[in-house]
Design a protein around this ligand. Sequence first.
Ligand code: PMP
Ligand code: GLN
Length: 378
Amino acid sequence: INSKLPNLGTTIFTVIGQLAKEHNAINLSQGFPNFSPDFKLLQLVNKAHLDDFNQYAPMQGVLSLRETISEKTESLYGTFYHPESEVTITAGATEAIFTSIAAFIKPEDEVIVLRPAYDCYEPAIELFGGIVVPIPLIGSSFKVDWDALKKAISPKTRMMIINTPHNPTGTLWSESDMLQLQEVLKDTDIILLSDEVYEHITFDGEQHHSVSKFSDLASRSIICSSFGKTFHVTGWKIGYCVAPKALMQEFHKVHQYNVFSVNHALQIALNEYLQSPEHYLELGNFYQKKRDHFLNAIQGSRFEAVPSAGTYFQLLHYGKITDEKDTDFAERLIKEYQLASIPISVFCGSEYNEKFLRFCFGKTEDILDQAVEILHRI
Ligand code: PMP
Ligand code: GLN
């Protein structure tokens, strides 16, 4: 086969997931909760099916849901997105990201990606002939290297992708990071794709800074979010994006032909459920308890951690234990200790050699405790 992506293998989440299954391992690798969503939400979905929302939804999504998202975005971040032309319901954030890249990236266009980067960005860029321009985040603080970013911008730069709260590192962009970015992009026409799927999962009183709060960024940005993360329903694959009308019009040209529209009954149910903001405003506290439980319990082990500031991921540094490459160590943990995690070099390029593994703490305490018991033995 004359492959369009000859160097691309299978996503790490499938590879590690299968290995974890084969070895009957405790699975803190792929990010998903091992508990059920709110029963109320499930009842709303049932009701929507019985009320016969079983045929195609409108291409852009159910208008009442888009109105609710518009109100939510304005009340949280102060920017109004018109529900009719600037909000679209997507098949997960993954579709929003893929569709954005498909809509804007032509062969030879450069796309700046900060590494480690979530694994769905780069294959999509390459599929459309774009050139990935990777910029490593700095050391173990994972801060943005602003000088490297300025140097990387060229007349060919069409897009930059950012992600906050950040998967896999659990870091957040501060207000001053956003202002810096605004300054750096000021005289360019670079489109910003802002992956904000963990917008409601921040800890220790820190706020999420959406690019929508910064008008010069918002005017060039497509911002995506995911109900999967916010309501513990990663299997539903439903999310949304907001963008100024001119960008959204181009987005729709692709969206209308790759999915046309998204699960109708879920949209009706999610709109009802979103009427109670506590359903998402409490999420940070909910996951902070899990993070703290996990971090307290690993004390005394040989793993080291800087507490995650957002997402449901915690990086653990294993430099005191071994010199092994993270992919080898992650594999050994599954095979010898029955504990699965994600080696972060897969988000960085194979030359990456820091000693970090990513653990998902979005799990019930019994599972976290079993994982921690193993971590103490290593
Ligand atoms: N971006 C990031 C950073 C993610 O972690 C995920 C979920 N794995 C996605 C996008 C995709 O979200 P969804 O499951 O809604 O497609
Ligand atoms: N976003 C999830 C993670 O980072 C996984 C999603 C997927 O399996 N593609 O673990």
